[in-house]
Design a protein around this ligand. Structure first.
Ligand SMILES: C[S@@+](CC[C@H](N)C(=O)[O-])C[C@H]1O[C@@H](n2cnc3c(N)ncnc32)[C@H](O)[C@@H]1O
Length: 212
C-alpha cells in the first residue's frame, strides 16, 4: 500500500496490543470518555436518520460507550471487539437489552451485513485503511452508511506509547480518497465534533460519514 506523504503520516510500531485494552477495560468508563461518546452519538443522530428497523455494527465497541446513547433508537446493535475484558463489561452493562449482541472478533472477520456501521477511536489502530474501507463497504446493506469517529491529524502526542498506533490522526483528503475509491458514493467529514483535552493540548475529533 502506498501512502501520500503529504496527506498522512503512517506510524507502525508493532501490532494490535490486546493486553493493553484488556488491562484498561475495568477503568475504561471515565466521565470524559462518556462525554466524548455522547458527543459522537449526537453527531451520528444529527447526520444520519436512525429508525427502529436498523441493524447496527459497532466495531471496536469496547465497553459500549457509543452503543448505549443510540440503542433505543434502532432495531439491533452488534458490538464486536478483540478484547474479551472490554466485551465482558459491555455484556454486564447491557444485559437488559434484548436487541444487543456481542462477539469477540475483529472487523475483518465479520460475515454479516448491516444498515449502519459505526466506530469510535478504533481506526487509528488499524494498519490497512484501504482494506478496511473495502470491508466496510462490503459489510453494508444496500443504502447502508458508515459513521466513523476518530482523531483529526495530531502531532503524535495523543498516545503515551505508539505501540499499536498506525496513524497520528487522519486528514480529510486522505479519508475522502480512500473511501471514495472503496465505492462509497457520498463521503462527508464533519470536523470538530468533540475536542479531547489532555495535558493542556486539544485533540479534535471528526465523524466520517460514507453512504453506499
Ligand atoms: C480506543 S478503544 C475504543 C473503544 C470504544 N470504541 C470507545 O470509544 O470507548 C479501541 C478498541 O478497538 C478494539 N480494536 C482494535 N482493533 C480492532 C479490530 N481490528 N477489530 C475490532 N476491534 C478492534 C480494541 O480492542 C479496543 O477495545
Amino acid at each position: 500500500m502506498v501512502f501520500n506523504a503529504c496527506t498522512i503520516t503512517k506510524v507502525q510500531l508493532g501490532g494490535y496490543n490486546m493486553s493493553n485494552f484488556n488491562e484498561r477495560a475495568k477503568d475504561w468508563d471515565t466521565e470524559s470518555k462518556i462525554e466524548r461518546s455522547n458527543a459522537i452519538a449526537r453527531s451520528i443522530k444529527n447526520n444520519i436518520k436512525l429508525d427502529e428497523n436498523m441493524n447496527i455494527l459497532d466495531f471496536g465497541c469496547g465497553t459500549g460507550l457509543l452503543i448505549f446513547p443510540l440503542i433505543e433508537k434502532v432495531g439491533a446493535v452488534h458490538g464486536i471487539d478483540l478484547s474479551p475484558n472490554m466485551l465482558d463489561i459491555l455484556k454486564e452493562k447491557g444485559k437488559d437489552y434484548k436487541n444487543l449482541t456481542t462477539e469477540l472478533t475483529g472487523i475483518f472477520e465479520i460475515t454479516s451485513t448491516f444498515d449502519l456501521i459505526m466506530s469510535s477511536m478504533v481506526m487509528h489502530h488499524i494498519e490497512d485503511i484501504t482494506k478496511l474501507a473495502k470491508k466496510l463497504y462490503d459489510s453494508l446493506n444496500p443504502n447502508g452508511v458508515i459513521a466513523i469517529a476518530d482523531l483529526m491529524k495530531e502531532d503524535g502526542s495523543f498516545h503515551g506509547s505508539l505501540d499499536g498506533i498506525y496513524f497520528l490522526g487522519f486528514s480529510n483528503d486522505f479519508l475522502e480518497e480512500i473511501f471514495k475509491d472503496a465505492g462509497f458514493k457520498e463521503v462527508k467529514i464533519v470536523e470538530n465534533i468533540f475536542i479531547i483535552e489532555k495535558n493542556e493540548k486539544k485533540y479534535p475529533l471528526f465523524l466520517l460519514i460514507g453512504k453506499k
